[in-house]
Design a protein around this ligand. Structure first.
Ligand code: HEM
Length: 511
């Protein structure tokens, strides 16, 4: 093929893609524009899907609600865009557990997140199993959980609460989402590298590495929406968002290399020998492992763990505060639950109360509040799987080898048929057994926020511990008010982050 015809083959679909995406953005103030996908000759459902992209979450929810929880779709013939989208618990049980071997993450998922190549999130089969077993050894050891808990407590006491007290005393409004992302970046880096980068501080230092992680998730999302040949062509040409991603990868790689270097220096200064098997962070368990001798693999693995912690909890916490700020009755119940613990404690400097992670373990209503947030606002709002051999879903839908399966967690949390008439209300009580303060057992095929089956999230209890400690401290010490006039909506990303942040004001509560 000549250069001109190659350019045409690449640029015509790219132009069409960008045009449809742009027209979708122009319609972003018109939710009524959502329509059931139309199948076009030659283009399949791609135009309809792109035209509704601005409203992706709501659109997927409407389509799934209107089609009985399941939907078969496709893009242009030959573009490898045939897909099945579902939020049906029976199908989820089949995909994630019963016939799990037929639904790996697949090569396309691994290519989309090439920055984590070889990391747990992107691999399948025997290799995945071996690496999962290794990480279980790390994450379940008491030295790790104790250390994470202690750092979480200290971070809240020494950094978060003083910063929030300053915001309250000066009456400054600020972006709670940005603050939570900074907090979780520091806490996750401490768990992964044993180094706290100090992003959560009053002078708000630049957070290039954190912004780069957001870019990975935003461009990852767009890669899911277009034929693989198109984004690969853009990567090859180094144009548009692929160029932005390329820069983001460089920033993240630099962050990992610098942070490993910083950790070595810190340990040398406190007298540790690098060859000595001192465990204190995730890196210690990987750096001398011959399986991870390859620098690229080690770097990808560490980035994977940063994403596992920062992205998920940092995305969930702002939604918790958003919901609590609108539900003072729920805040009162949480404070009542905390009250017996607080009555035995002495406040720290500036009269702030900090709860030990251990003390919040038994708080059932607080856990129900976290689950209720994750039901409506799951940070990983969409899962992707690939079909190995032709199969029939419990719902009767056929899927074929090579198809992509998308599981919409966002839609699943909002389905009346699954959660009842009040499915859109924020109500932690739905997680409690009637007339008791015990948690209901809700199966993971229906509440998928922490995944289900053999690949269930390995950090669930650590995440709950960290979120409880943070939410308890913020809600006990402050009233959180939303600043009026802001528009809260999810951004287009693999993460359910808020597009415009969450602008709040705080008032210090009297002891
Ligand atoms: C609100 C907090 C969290 C949520 C909602 C969450 C959710 C999830 C989800 C949905 C998956 C499946 C991802 C996929 O298949 O693509 C997953 C996997 C995983 N999570 Fe979490 N996660 C959270 C926190 C954490 C934390 C704090 C850690 C680490 C300490 C962690 C470690 C992992 C690991 C290692 C996997 C990979 C499991 C595998 O593929 O075998 N997660 N998590």
């Amino acid at each position: 093929m000549s250069l001109i015809s190659t350019a045409l083959v690449l640029l015509v679909p790219l132009g069409l893609y960008l045009y449809l995406l742009q027209s979708s953005r122009r319609r972003s103030n018109n939710p009524a524009a959502a329509v059931f996908p139309t199948k076009w000759p030659m283009l399949g459902m791609l135009p309809s899907l792109l035209a509704n992209m601005y409203n992706f979450h709501e659109y997927s929810y409407l389509v799934l609600a209107g089609s009985g929880l399941n939907f078969n779709g496709d893009g242009p013939p030959g573009a490898g865009m045939r897909f099945f989208i579902t939020c049906d618990p029976a199908n989820i049980q089949h995909i994630f557990t019963t016939n799990y071997h037929n639904f790996p993450k697949g090569a396309e998922f691994a290519a989309i997140f090439d920055i984590m190549a070889g990391g747990l999130f992107t691999i399948d089969g025997e290799l995945w199993h071996r690496r999962r077993v290794k990480f279980v050894g790390v994450i379940s050891s008491p030295w790790f959980t104790d250390r994470v808990a202690a750092h979480c407590h200290d971070k809240v006491k020494d950094h978060l609460l003083p910063l929030l007290a300053h915001m309250a005393s000066t009456g400054t409004s600020f972006d709670m989402q940005e603050l939570m992302v900074r907090l979780m970046f520091d806490m996750t880096a401490m768990a992964v590298f044993g180094v706290d980068p100090g992003f959560l501080s009053l002078d708000m230092p630049p957070i290039d590495a954190s912004i780069a992680m957001d870019t990975v998730m935003e461009v990852g999302f767009l890669r899911h929406t277009m034929p693989a040949s198109l984004w690969k062509a853009m990567r090859w040409l180094n144009i548009g968002l692929e160029r932005k991603l390329h820069e983001a990868k460089k920033v993240l790689h630099r962050f990992v290399v610098d942070t490993i270097e910083r950790r070595k220096t810190t340990r040398e200064n406190v007298g540790h020998d690098e060859d000595e098997e001192v465990v204190g962070d995730i890196l210690s368990s990987y750096i001398n492992d011959p399986d991870f001798a390859d620098d690229d693999l080690l770097r990808a693995t560490l980035i994977n763990f940063m994403i596992a912690g920062r992205d998920t909890i940092g995305t969930t916490l702002p939604w918790i505060f958003y919901n609590l700020a609108q539900n003072p009755n729920i805040v009162s119940i949480i404070r009542n639950e905390l009250s017996p613990i607080a009555s035995h404690k002495v406040a720290h400097g500036m009269g702030a109360m900090v709860f030990e992670p251990e003390e919040t373990k038994s708080l059932v209503y607080l856990r129900a509040t976290l689950y209720e947030t994750l039901r409506l606002y799951p940070p990983a709002h969409m899962e992707r799987k690939t079909v190995v051999t032709d199969d029939i879903m419990p719902s009767g839908h056929e899927v074929h080898a090579g198809d992509a399966i998308f599981i919409s967690l966002y839609s699943m949390g909002r389905m009346e048929s699954l959660w009842g008439k009040d499915c859109l209300d924020f109500n932690p009580n739905r997680w409690l057994l009637e007339g008791s303060n015990k948690l209901k057992n809700v199966p993971s095929r229906k509440f998928l926020a922490f995944n289900s089956g053999p690949r269930v999230c390995m950090g669930k209890e650590i995440a709950v511990m960290q979120m409880k400690t943070i939410v308890a401290a913020v809600m006990w010490n402050f009233d959180v008010e939303l600043v009026e006039g802001q528009s809260i909506q999810p951004k287009l990303s693999c993460l359910l982050q808020m597009k415009n942040g969450l602008i709040v004001k705080l008032k210090k509560r009297e002891a």
